[in-house]
Design a protein around this ligand. Structure first.
Ligand SMILES: Cc1cc2nc3c(=O)[nH]c(=O)nc-3n(C[C@H](O)[C@H](O)[C@H](O)COP(=O)(O)O)c2cc1C
Length: 354
């Protein structure tokens, strides 16, 4: 752990961002544990208040309250170490207000994906906060950076490139994922570097790149850094940990990896997402699972026709209902048979990475 990474005045001791995992998988406990090791911990902004008794009545209020509590928890655990970010999906309704709630809660960084966060600089203007997009192609990076430059005269503080092996919503066509024809994350990195370079030159600063999707070994992380990444974003490896915020039954789905079958689900968010096959995914192959309620949370989702409610399915999963819940997962499920501490996972991943 020889290097420190300065992002403006905020500092990481290790080249690792813990990927945001909604709903309820990465909250203050997991984020705080990663920060304690000197990394960037990420709280998912997708319904952080889902356990609040008033959640169904006023989700925004419950989520704003929940977020504040999770931020306080992460700060308390990390005791001044690491960087605290939130992951905000562009596809959520009231995106601007949620980002503002995160600013009010005092996070250090906003990472935003599931669409291009074109308006993010307008929302965060005047705040001491790092902003970063998640992209899955050089083209998307180009479009976003050009737009921020043209409209707001600013650029990204860092950038996350998510490849086809990641979990959650994926920026690739299903055929590319099924036929393994999507570009690898390292290829996307190579294509994106000259674009980033252009904005590094223009703004006379470094824009660190973190690559995500299947970065589950020290060798792969070393290779990513060798190819010019500043580090990696890792999510699935942090699920079977003591500190992960999900129910134990959800975490146990990520043990004994060779027994798991992965599948792709078309999400109401508008993307395909990778998940562990279970009764819900099998039911969705047959047809619609009509929602039982609607919180009007996703911009492109229409309650009357949606194949299922993603919020309901993800909340069920976080609460440990592994039959009715949607179990998002990356391609590489850990091989371990017991839950571990975040510290051990991080030591395995970046312990000697220089
Ligand atoms: C259970 C789960 C939930 C996720 N939820 C989100 C999310 O809400 N927003 C997001 O941008 N990415 C989400 N992701 C993607 C991760 O943040 C991360 O970029 C990706 O999974 C990294 O690949 P890895 O899991 O192979 O390490 C999720 C991934 C998983 C496994």
């Amino acid at each position: 752990m020889a290097r420190t990474f300065n992002l403006k005045l905020k500092q990481m001791d290790i080249p690792l961002i813990q990927g945001g995992m909604g709903v309820g998988i990465s909250l203050g406990n997991l984020a705080g544990a990663v920060m304690q090791e000197g990394g960037m911990g990420v709280i998912s902004l997708a319904h952080p208040g889902y356990r609040d008794p008033d959640f169904m009545k006023d989700p925004f209020l419950a989520n704003s309250k929940g977020l504040k509590e999770e931020v306080a928890k992460a700060r308390n655990i990390s005791q001044g170490k690491g960087i605290l970010a939130v992951n905000a999906m562009c596809a959520i309704n009231r995106y601007d207000e949620y980002v503002k709630a995160a600013l009010d809660a005092g996070v250090d960084a906003i990472i935003s994906g599931a669409g291009l966060p074109l308006s993010l600089p307008a929302i965060t203007q005047g705040h001491d906060v790092l902003i970063a997009p998640i992209v899955s192609s050089a083209k998307a990076a180009q479009l976003l950076l050009k737009s921020w430059d043209r409209h707001y005269n600013c650029t990204a503080d860092f950038i996350v490139i998510e490849g086809p092996d990641a979990g959650g919503h994926l920026g690739f066509k299903p055929e590319e994922l099924l036929e393994h024809t999507a570009k690898s994350v390292l290829d996307i990195l190579e294509e994106t570097k000259p674009i980033i370079q252009e904005y590094e030159d223009k703004y006379d600063r470094i824009i660190p790149i973190y690559i995500a999707g299947g970065m589950n070994t020290k060798e792969k992380i070393q290779e990513a850094i060798h190819h010019g990444a500043s580090g990696v974003q890792v999510a699935t490896s942090f699920i079977p940990t003591i500190e992960c915020d999900a129910d134990i039954k959800f975490k146990e789905m990520f043990l004994n990896h060779n027994q798991k079958e992965l599948t792709l689900i078309k999400s109401p968010v508008g993307y395909y997402g990778r998940a562990i096959a279970n009764p819900l995914s099998k039911q969705l192959e047959q047809g619609r699972v009509a929602p039982t309620y609607c919180l009007n949370c996703i911009k492109p989702c229409d309650f009357k026709v949606t194949p299922f409610c993603i919020t309901e399915a993800l909340i069920q999963a976080a609460k440990g209902n592994t039959e009715k819940g949607l179990i998002f997962s990356g391609m590489t499920i850990p091989t371990q048979t017991k839950l571990r501490h975040v510290k051990e996972v991080i030591e395995d991943l970046v312990g000697e990475v220089k």
